[in-house]
Each structure stands twice: as structure tokens, then as C-alpha cells.
Design a protein around this ligand. Structure first.
Ligand SMILES: *Cc1c(COP(=O)(O)O)cnc(C)c1O
Length: 499
């Protein structure tokens, strides 16, 4: 049997794994999913003997069987190399009684590096597997972290161009500076008036615009996506759930087969969906704990079954989670509705027209069984950064603090004795301003200059990945509105001058 990916919204759309990676999004607006997911099985005993690289290879082979063994090995070894400042790639630390999975040791010090270090390799190989001649144009909307990680991943990759759109006032100064100083002949960064949802919605519409696709075809180019709507981005994220589990087994913290919980600071629902996939593959997972910030649309959904974006968008100190439309939820709905494509299509239509949908009772029950959710206020986020530092001398970033606080809520609500891993999705230096303020109070100093002060006061060194960031030269200053995004793309792509 050759594994096929279908659209969440249409069962008759069927593509091979490589094509799903190259396309990014199905033409009908749906996301690619493997119908046969429940037939994939992993030998957990064997997995527990493997390190990160071999775990990643096993997972990728399962999801991308039309790649050769060599293609998979090559992708994994080139992605997870000395770009990471920790040999373990994803080390697990013990802080008090809690386990913290540190996902921020890659080149842009956020968890997006895990997937985006490997996606360009997978995409190039997928392109050759599909005999595709066109250049790939990666379109990416970012709430801050995806953008830089994707730029670093695709920078100077032959046969690709990457265009990143970020919300003009929606990212941290460190995030913005990281993006606009990106080098590379094929990288473009554009500030968009509006918030992340505006940018993401516009990107999805552009990817679905058949006239524009045709224009691109005439230029010998093809769009793809580096957002977590791309299955090639999602699958690599499954690896660290297994490698962390194996790590805890090796350290004799748990026995093989023992269920553990994961707490995931959630935005676009990619990371936590990878956990759901891991569980489907046989990883012993108890509850998937979904941590939200004040944009608590997911908390409401997981508690009521009603997804409602008729609400104000809030800017918080955990900006990578400032999202109202969580794209990957669509994949969860597909699996939870027993792969009912028509039903998913209907819900997505409701979301578009009514800005709201409600799932049926069967799904509500499943959601309750699998997930637990809560959300963390701005004040509690800051308080948690400070409390954890004072108690354990460990500096949390703001997103991780949201997860930490939600886990405390979970413990007091349930008393669940299972071992639990909190996912840490960014280095505290990526959000220096908010972290410094939470620990030491207000300051007049600009964020980029605060890094040294944060380091001096906490004794944690500034990651070498962002050292000297303040002095780097700004190389990108494009700006547009959501309405003019497609014009901006055409301008960039038809630009004859060298950058
Ligand atoms: C992207 C991001 C998240 C949210 O992850 P999703 O997969 O979008 O749910 C959380 N924290 C940080 C630091 C991020 O960059």
C-alpha cells in the first residue's frame, strides 16, 4: 500500500507524501492528512533505546515512505547538527519536581527551529521525488518565531525563495531585529499592517488563488508554505515527544509503558497536534494539556466545543501565542470526526462566514478525554517567571511561563500524580524585555540592550545565536497591508534588480 495524503475537506484529493510537502496546502483550502494514521504503529520499547536522530528518522520514514532511506538520513543529519548548541538537540531539564523540555537550542532560539531546520531538506527532496522543475516560493505568515526560523532554514537554499510576512506591531523587538537582519540572496521580509490572523488569512487566500498560481507558473515558480499547515513541518515535531519519553526512561524517572502528561503552550495548535499524533502512534500519553494566554479561544473550545472568534484580539507578552484562528485544529477535527471530510469542510465554512462553529457531542466527549486546558493572565505570566526564578534559579521565557502556570492549575484541579513534561518553546532572551521586567521591574532600557543586563543579573549567558544582534545591519524594510500582500509578492518575484 502506498501511503496517500488527503485533504481534510475532501476525500477525493489524494497526493503522495512528497507532493503534500511541496504543496503545503490543498487547493481546496484543506490541510493534508494521512488517512491511515491509526495503522501506523511504533515499537515503544525499541524507541526508548534510540537517540534523537534515530528517533527522527523512524518517524519520518513512517510518514514519508516515498522518500528513500538515504534522503531521510541526509535530511536528519544535515538539520540536526552543530547549528544546535546542545548535543541532545532537545535536552530535558529537571526544575524542582517538573520536567522541562527545552526546545530552544537551535539557530533562532525558539522551538520552530526543530521543524524548520529540516523542512528545506525535505522540501528539496520532495521536489525531486515529484520531478518538479519550478522554483519554490515559500510564503510564511509569522507571529514572530516561525519567520526567523524559516528564513534561516531556507536562506540560500538553491531553487527556493522565501517571503515572510510579520504583523507590524505584533512581534518583540528581538524577533523583529532577527528577521530584518537576515542575509541571503533569496530572503524577503515584509511588515504587514494588522495582526497575525490577518497575515495568516491573507497568506492562505494567496495560496488558494488560482489566477496567481497561474501567473507564478508562467514565471517558472510555485508557492509552498513553511507554516505548520505544511505536514512537512508538523511531522518532525513528533520526534521530541518520543525522545523525551525515552530520556525519562533512560534516567529511570519512568517505566516503559507508564503514561505521562505534556503541557504545551499553544498558538496555532501545531505543537500539541504533534503530541496527539505521537499518542496515536502508541506513545503512552495521559492528558494533553493545552496552555493558552489571554487569547483563550482554545481554552473555550476545549471546554465547550464551541470555537468562536467573535472577540477582541489581545497583544500579550507571549506574542507567539497571540492567535485566534488555530489552523491545525482542522486536522484534529478530521481525526475526531472519524475522518468525515464533509463535516470538517462544513465547520470551516461556518468559521469563515459566522466566525464560529460548534462540534457535535461525540467530538465534545473525545476532546474532554484527550485534553485539559486553562489559560494564564498577563499578571500570572509575569508572576510565574519571577516565582520559578526565585525558587529554582531557572529563567522561563514568557510562553513557557504560561505553560508552567497552567500546569499548576491542572494539578490543583485534578491532583493527577502522573509525571508531566512542560514544553519550553523559547529561550528567555528571545523575550528579554518582558522577562527582565517580570524579574526586576520596569526599566527604560531598550530590549536589545537589556540582554546583557538580564544575563549579568541571572548568571545565564546570552545565547551566542543572538549575540551582537543590536549592531547587525537592517537589510529589509518592506511594508504592506493585508490587501496589498499579493501585489507585494509579485513585485518581489518580478524584481529584476539584485537585492
Ligand atoms: C509558535 C510558538 C508557540 C505556539 O506553537 P503552535 O505550534 O503554534 O501552537 C508557542 N511558543 C513559542 C515561543 C512559539 O514560537
Amino acid at each position: 500500500m502506498v501511503l496517500k495524503y488527503e485533504s481534510t475537506r475532501n476525500r477525493s484529493v489524494n497526493v503522495r507524501p512528497s507532493e503534500a510537502v511541496v504543496k503545503g496546502l490543498s487547493d481546496d483550502g484543506g490541510l493534508f492528512v494521512p488517512r491511515a494514521l491509526d495503522q501506523f504503529k511504533i515499537d515503544i520499547k525499541e524507541m526508548c533505546t534510540l537517540g534523537f536522530h534515530d528517533t527522527a528518522k523512524k518517524i519520518l520514514r513512517l510518514f514519508f515512505p516515498d522518500f528513500t532511506e538515504e534522503q531521510i538520513n541526509d535530511s536528519v543529519m544535515n538539520a540536526y547538527d552543530s547549528k544546535f548548541d546542545d548535543e541532545a538537540i532537545v535536552p530535558v531539564k529537571k526544575v524542582g519536581d517538573q520536567f522541562i523540555m527545552e526546545l530552544f537550542h537551535g539557530s533562532t532560539i525558539a522551538f520552530k527551529d526543530i521543524a524548520l531546520s529540516i523542512l528545506p531538506h525535505l522540501m528539496k527532496k520532495a521536489q525531486s521525488n515529484c520531478n518538479m522543475e519550478e522554483d519554490i516560493v515559500i510564503l510564511t505568515a509569522t507571529s514572530g518565531d516561525t519567520g526567523k526560523a524559516a528564513l534561516e532554514g531556507f536562506k540560500n537554499v538553491e531553487g527556493t525563495k522565501i517571503i515572510v510576512f510579520y504583523p507590524n506591531d505584533g512581534v518583540s523587538p528581538v524577533q523583529e531585529k532577527q528577521m530584518v537582519t537576515t542575509e541571503g540572496e533569496n530572503t524577503y521580509v515584509v511588515a504587514v499592517e494588522g495582526n497575525f490572523d490577518d497575515a495568516q488569512t491573507a497568506v492562505k487566500e494567496i495560496l488558494n488563488d488560482s489566477a496567481l498560481r497561474e501567473k507564478l507558473g508562467d514565471m517558472g515558480m510555485k508557492f509552498s508554505s513553511a507554516n505548520s499547515i505544511n505536514i512537512g513541518r508538523l511531522v518532525p515535531q513528533i520526534s521530541y515527544y518520543f525522545s523525551t519519553y525515552a530520556d525519562l526512561v533512560k534516567r529511570a524517572e519512568i517505566k516503559i509503558g507508564e503514561a505521562i502528561n505534556f503541557v504545551v503552550p499553544t498558538g496555532n495548535f501545531g505543537n500539541i497536534l504533534a503530541c496527539y499524533f505521537a499518542k496515536q502512534l502508541g506513545l503512552p500519553v495521559g492528558k494533553l494539556i493545552c496552555a493558552a494566554n489571554e487569547n483563550n479561544v482554545l481554552y473555550d473550545f476545549l471546554s465547550t466545543g464551541i470555537y468562536d472568534i467573535n472577540r477582541a484580539f489581545k497583544k500579550t507578552m507571549s506574542p507567539s501565542m497571540d492567535i485566534l484562528i488555530s489552523s491545525n485544529l482542522e486536522r484534529l477535527l478530521y481525526f475526531m470526526s472519524d475522518k468525515d471530510n464533509a463535516y470538517v469542510a462544513e465547520l470551516m465554512k461556518d468559521l469563515k462566514t459566522e466566525k464560529r462553529y460548534e462540534v457535535n457531542d461525540a467530538i465534545k466527549v473525545k476532546l474532554k478525554n484527550e485534553f485539559w486546558s486553562s489559560y494564564c493572565s498577563e499578571a500570572d505570566t509575569a508572576m510565574t517567571v519571577k516565582a520559578v526564578y526565585e525558587a529554582y534559579d531557572y529563567v522561563l521565557d514568557t510562553h513557557t511561563a504560561v505553560a508552567y502556570k497552567v500546569y499548576e492549575d491542572y494539578l490543583s484541579a485534578t491532583g493527577d500524580p502522573r509525571k508531566t513534561v512542560i514544553l519550553s518553546t523559547a529561550s528567555p532572551f528571545k523575550f528579554t524585555g518582558s522577562v527582565y521586567k517580570a524579574l526586576f521591574g520596569e526599566t527604560e532600557t531598550e530590549e536589545l540592550e537589556l540582554m546583557q543586563a538580564l544575563s549579568a543579573k541571572t548568571g545565564v549567558s546570552v545565547p551566542q545565536q543572538i549575540e551582537g544582534l543590536g549592531e547587525r545591519k537592517v537589510l529589509h524594510d518592506r511594508f504592506c497591508t493585508p490587501e496589498t500582500m499579493s501585489d507585494e509578492i509579485l513585485k518581489i518575484l518580478s524584481d529584476k534588480e539584485q537585492k
